[in-house]
Design a protein around this ligand. Structure first.
Ligand SMILES: Oc1cc(-c2ccc(F)cc2)cc2nccnc12
Ligand SMILES: [Mg+2]
Length: 198
């Protein structure tokens, strides 16, 4: 359902804003044209091409050179999740590490997998029953520091009562509610900002 909903968002973007990146085929065509007309280069090229493989999922390329064949091969890979396309369309792919796994599985691996010491900001906007366990996991894994901010969406609607009770009663947090409305509606909702005091 989510991919179906997100597709029109991506379509709207691609029709209404300038891309931060060029579709891969235009990149390949531009390099082939340059190497054919201006300066030869040792790319696999458009004649040998990459026609002999079908739908690879895991690929090892030995010898990247300028990235020409990397682009050719990557364009054969399974479609990129919509969120990754939207992030790339905004030109922010180099700043974002997208992890498509359960939060409870990955929070304990943040330090070893991504070298994260502590988070300055945690934006909680996932499954409502994960807000509290994931917050406790962040504490237990030492991923919060004095001043780390937890910003939680939907604390009123759909609602996260256990999480609210925890951050508002814990001496480890200074919590503040910012009343607003459920996105694009008049239903009450809001954000809870909780500063970790350590
Ligand atoms: O902001 C949000 C709103 C809703 C939601 C649910 C039911 C409704 F009727 C309307 C809105 C679900 C969400 N799930 C995850 C993260 N954020 C959400
Ligand atoms: Mg939300």
């Amino acid at each position: 359902w989510h991919e179906i909903i997100m597709e029109p968002i991506l379509d709207t973007l691609t029709q209404s804003t300038r891309p931060q990146r060029r579709p891969s085929q235009r990149v390949i065509q531009a390099i082939d044209q340059f190497c054919r007309q201006k300066e030869w280069a040792m790319n696999v090229g458009d004649e040998k091409g990459m026609h002999h493989v079908v739908n690879p999922a895991t690929v090892l390329e030995l010898g990247t050179y300028c990235g020409y064949s990397t682009v050719r091969i990557a364009s054969l890979l399974p479609p990129t999740p919509i969120a990754r396309q939207i992030i790339a369309w905004a030109g922010l792919q180099d700043k974002v590490q997208l992890v498509e796994e359960a939060s409870g599985d990955w929070i304990p691996k943040m330090r070893t997998e991504f070298g994260v010491e502590t988070f300055d900001l945690v934006f909680l906007d996932h499954w409502k029953d994960r807000y509290l366990p994931d917050t406790k996991l962040l504490e237990d894994c030492g991923l919060l520091r004095k001043g780390s901010v937890l910003l939680a969406d939907n604390v009123i609607f759909p609602g996260t009562p256990e999480y609210l009770e925890y951050v508002r009663s814990s001496p480890q947090y200074e919590s503040q509610y910012f009343q607003s409305h459920l996105e694009y509606t008049k239903v009450e909702d809001g954000l809870e900002k909780s500063v970790y005091l350590d």
